[in-house]
Write a protein of this length. Structure first.
Length: 272
């Protein structure tokens, strides 16, 4: 057990374990976006930083088939931040909230030595998609293409530049896919820590392992911040799911089947 999972295990609540906490028909989710941990200000404008911090939080709602309604912002800012940079941050938050019909209802601001952002999203769902529900013999798939986010991060760490439409900066959701296919999905989550690491979460929660039908390189499977969907489903629903994924213009890559085997992630933990 890595240190992140060990810390989470100290809290005994059956609501912990999904991308957000499901209470009734409401989903509550919260993610941090910290300077020098998740980004550097030389990589992105303050507007882009605000947009991405909102998007990674909205992704948790989308992955649970929930519609985001409200947001609470906590922003810790360095004392030397300019008024122009503050306006850029505010515009990024407001524009993203408006795009997804979210009302920013409050939060907190404090002085800090760097820029750290934490956002809480409150969402509503009629048909929640959770990580539990994965049974032995179910098929496992991911949407889209994986690997580009890690490549662009490595380019930034090597002092290179990336395109403004890079997946590392410009996140795209699979909300149409989730909405169209939710009735056929037994389990789902977004891929934020990398495919292999997120498979480990499904394995631990559902007490299953995986038999791979396709070879997946670590370069692809250890790429974090992809925000594609990782889903599981009964093989009897495969044809319907593939058809609906095509209608949502979403590539669906079936790569494994859940089984009574031990699964161990081959990726280095992102947080510790």
């Amino acid at each position: 057990m890595n240190l992140e999972n060990y810390f989470i295990s100290q809290f005994n609540s059956n609501r912990i374990g999904d991308d957000g906490a499901l209470i009734g028909d409401q989903v509550y989710s919260k993610d941090a976006f910290f300077e020098n941990v998740h980004f550097k200000t030389k990589w992105m404008s303050h507007y882009q930083i605000a947009v991405k911090s909102m998007m990674i939080n909205i992704s948790d709602a989308v992955s649970m088939n929930a519609k985001p309604i409200y947001a609470l912002l906590s922003v810790a800012m360095p004392k030397d931040i300019s008024k122009q940079q503050m306006r850029e941050l505010a515009s990024g938050f407001k524009d993203t909230a408006a795009k997804y019909g979210i009302e920013i209802i409050g939060g907190d601001t404090i002085s800090n030595i760097k820029l750290d952002i934490t956002i809480t999203i409150i969402s509503h769902t009629k048909r929640p998609l959770q990580r539990s529900g994965l049974r032995h013999g179910y098929m496992v798939a991911y949407t889209g293409e994986l690997g580009r986010s890690k490549k662009d991060l490595q380019r930034l760490l090597s002092l290179g530049k990336i395109h403004s439409k890079s997946k590392f900066i410009d996140i795209k959701f699979r909300d149409k896919f989730v909405d169209n296919c939710s009735r056929f999905l037994s389990s789902g989550m977004d891929i934020s820590d990398g495919l292999f690491s997120d498979l480990d979460k499904l394995a631990s929660l559902n007490r299953v392992g995986f038999k791979f039908s396709k070879k997946i390189s670590k370069t692809i499977a250890c790429s974090g911040e992809e925000y594609e969907m990782l889903v599981a489903f009964d093989k009897r629903n495969a044809k319907a799911l593939i058809r609906r994924a095509a209608q949502a213009r979403t590539p669906l890559n079936i790569f494994a089947t859940s089984a009574r085997v031990k699964y161990t992630s081959r990726c280095k933990a992102h947080h510790f």
